[in-house]
Every structure is written in structure tokens, then in C-alpha cells.
Design a protein around this ligand. Sequence first.
Ligand SMILES: Cc1cc2nc3c(=O)[nH]c(=O)nc-3n(C[C@H](O)[C@H](O)[C@H](O)COP(=O)(O)O)c2cc1C
Length: 218
Amino acid sequence: MKVLLVNGSSHLHGTTARVIEEMLPIFAAEGVETEVIQLGAKAIADCLQCNKCKKTGQCVLKDDGVNDFVAKAKSSDGFIFASPTYFAHASGRILAFLDRVFYSNGKDEVYPAFQFKPAAAICVARRAGATTAIDDITKYFGIAQMPIAGSTYWNNVHGLYADEVHKDEEGMQTVRNLARNLIWMMRCFELGKQNGIPYPATENTYCTNFIKRNDNER
Ligand SMILES: Cc1cc2nc3c(=O)[nH]c(=O)nc-3n(C[C@H](O)[C@H](O)[C@H](O)COP(=O)(O)O)c2cc1C
């Protein structure tokens, strides 16, 4: 089993990285493989909605690992997306990345690399706004049929810098519990597969934008 953990901060050794590091030994102790993906400090372009990916399944912008990530996601079983809180939202960096990851993988509202795989969002903050930032990231899970792993509190941990985040003892406990819960969910789904419980059928006949169009108007 494999979990991908995405760090949406520019800081390789910042608060978000420290929180991710708190979870890694828990996955390792349970024999779950992990890979941490650092989005880094370079700019990540926003989705162009050029729609080329709808034909090829690939994002045309080759700059920042979006296509590599989707390829890795296909053979992974669970996901953690972690970000600093910026003005009560997730980092623009991780949102630009996730827009392109999900848009390029999704067709007719089905997301094959992600559907039925559990995920969770974590946001770090100095003081406030982390829960709305978590909501930003959690939106991707809801549209992609991804079960959301919970913990013993919302997954926010406090610290302005990495060297103080360990003082938020409950926050760190929350992300350790989150790692355990994600492992448990992945194992349950795996056992379900092995015991003949099929994935649910997905209807995707309708994709409307609330406007009833007459095709002659296009
Ligand atoms: C542009 C910007 C906006 C921020 N907005 C908030 C905020 O709304 N609430 C908060 O508590 N901290 C805020 N912070 C502080 C960061 O969330 C905090 O320093 C975090 O630990 C940085 O994580 P990192 O080291 O992984 O990048 C902000 C920081 C920046 C640079």
C-alpha cells in the first residue's frame, strides 16, 4: 500500500514539512510505503482550461510535475494534501496544482486515479483560518468520490515556524491519529476488494450547467 503526501508550502523544511514528518513513522511502522511530494518555491501555473487534457489525459503545461503526480496517483491507495494557511485559504500553489491534477484526470465527472481512495487535508497556521483552508482542499475529494479520513479534531496544527509546531501537542496528536485512520480505511477497502465487494456503479449520464441549451445556438 502506498500513500502520497503533498506539501503545498514553498518551504522544504517549514511547518507543513514538519507536520508531514510526524506522520511518516506511523505509516512506516505499519508497512505502508510513502512518498512526499514537495511543490517547492517555483511558480505553478494555473489551469488554462484549454481542454487538451480531455483528449489526452495529460496537462499541456509540463513545468511542475502535474502529469507525474497523476501517474503516481494511479498506483497509490491514499492521499494527504498539506498546506500552510494564507489569509484563511490553502496556498495558491497547492490549489493551482490540484486544479490541474483533478481537471486533467477527470472526464465526465469521473476521476479514475482518485475515486474510492481515501484522502485528507491538513493545514498549518500561526493562529486562525486553517479550517477554511482545509475546506478548500476537501472540495476536491467530494467531487472525486474520495472517502475523507477524519481524526480526533480538524487537521490543523499551529506554528508560525517549524521549530514551534511541536508545542501544539494536540495538533500533532491529531495528525498522528489521522495517519492511523487513513491506514485503517485503506486496509478496509483492500479487504473489501479481496472479498468481492465491488466498487459502486457510477452514473454519469448528466453533466449540465443549469442552462438548457439548444445545440443550434452554439
Ligand atoms: C501570505 C501569508 C498569509 C498567511 N495567512 C495566515 C492566516 O490567514 N492565518 C494564520 O494563522 N497564519 C497565516 N500565515 C502564517 C503561515 O500559515 C505559517 O507561518 C505557517 O506555519 C507557514 O507554513 P510553512 O512553513 O510550511 O510554509 C500566513 C503566511 C503568509 C506568508
